[in-house]
Design a protein around this ligand. Structure first.
Ligand SMILES: [Cu+2]
Length: 87
């Protein structure tokens, strides 16, 4: 949270799963039910977390400017998605 954040190139973002349910941070259209839910700047390779259990974290450093959209692959259909804007 929040579902959309704006950061600077080179910033690091950490997600933490506060819940008992498994979640993922998935920036990979091949793992999304709806590929249009994933966005990556041109030239950026897909990436993402493994399954995150309660209190697990996933950290990524965003070096390329642009808009990145991601989903939780288990709850994408429930609207569990977000956007990182790197300016
Ligand atoms: Cu989830």
């Amino acid at each position: 949270m929040p579902p959309t954040i704006t950061i600077n190139a080179g910033d690091e973002v950490t997600w933490k799963n506060p819940a008992l349910l498994l979640h993922t941070i998935t920036f990979d259209p091949a793992q999304a039910a709806d590929k249009s839910n994933i966005k990556l700047p041109t030239g950026v390779q897909p990436f993402g977390s493994a399954d995150l259990s309660e209190d697990d974290t996933f950290t990524h450093v965003f070096t390329e400017k642009g808009t990145y959209a991601y989903v939780c692959k288990y709850h994408e259909s429930m609207g569990m998605k977000g956007t990182v804007v790197v300016s």
